[in-house]
Write a protein that binds this ligand. Structure first.
Ligand SMILES: [Zn+2]
Length: 206
């Protein structure tokens, strides 16, 4: 595979790989000793992925890609933070990725915990888990105010809000989207089916 040079071909490559994974016929490309040698000299990932840290969201597996293909940043519930934005800006400015994929998933524990916190039933000790939940809370609160009760609706809203926050906070990312050099796609991963579904997109993408 030639390295995808623009957002549309990067997205196509991810979708093709995901189809292999869904069908149970992954090619496991670019995972041998040769590619290790080539990528040791320089990395040229074709996309950045910011996703939930959930163990079932294994980025290279679900998109059937290999070493050096994806610049991956993950935390529980894909919550924007300065270090996350710094990592994504690095992928865009230094590594020149044409696509950022923000990937959430169904039955996300972080979104579920935030829903529980909203109705006062979150029984969890960790101070920083509460801090993480508090970052998702405004989205969940707006969703509840709009009559959304299902975790699927709130997860979709969270993916959209995550991208809005990214574009609002990072001038570098938003200006590259405006000038057509970068696209940002939000998608939802279905744990059981293994499918990735686009939720929203910003920038030029076919
Ligand atoms: Zn999750």
């Amino acid at each position: 595979m030639a390295r995808p040079q623009d957002a549309s071909s990067a997205w196509e490559a991810l979708i093709r790989g995901n189809q292999n994974f869904v069908a149970g016929t992954p090619a496991h490309p670019r995972q041998d000793a040769d590619i290790r040698k080539v990528t040791a000299e320089q990395q040229r990932p074709f996309a950045a992925l910011f996703g939930c840290a959930d163990s079932r969201l294994a980025a290279e597996m679900i998109f059937d890609v290999g070493l050096g293909d994806l610049f991956v940043v993950r935390n529980a519930g894909q919550v924007i933070a300065e270090t996350i934005l710094g990592s994504l800006e690095f992928a865009v400015e230094v590594l020149n990725v044409p696509l950022i994929l923000v990937l959430g998933h169904d039955e996300c524990g972080a979104v579920r915990s935030t829903m529980n916190a909203a109705d006062g039933t979150l029984e969890i000790e960790g101070e920083y888990i509460h801090k993480l939940v508090s970052r998702i809370m405004p989205t969940v609160q707006r969703g509840l105010d709009a009559g959304e009760r299902s975790i699927d609706d709130l997860t979709t809203r969270h993916i959209q809000d995550t991208i809005e926050e990214m574009l609002e906070k990072s001038d570098l990312i938003s200006s590259r989207v405006k000038t057509g050099k970068l696209a940002v796609v939000g998608a939802n991963y279905k744990l059981e089916l293994g499918e990735v579904h686009m939720v929203c997109s910003h920038g030029e993408i076919a």
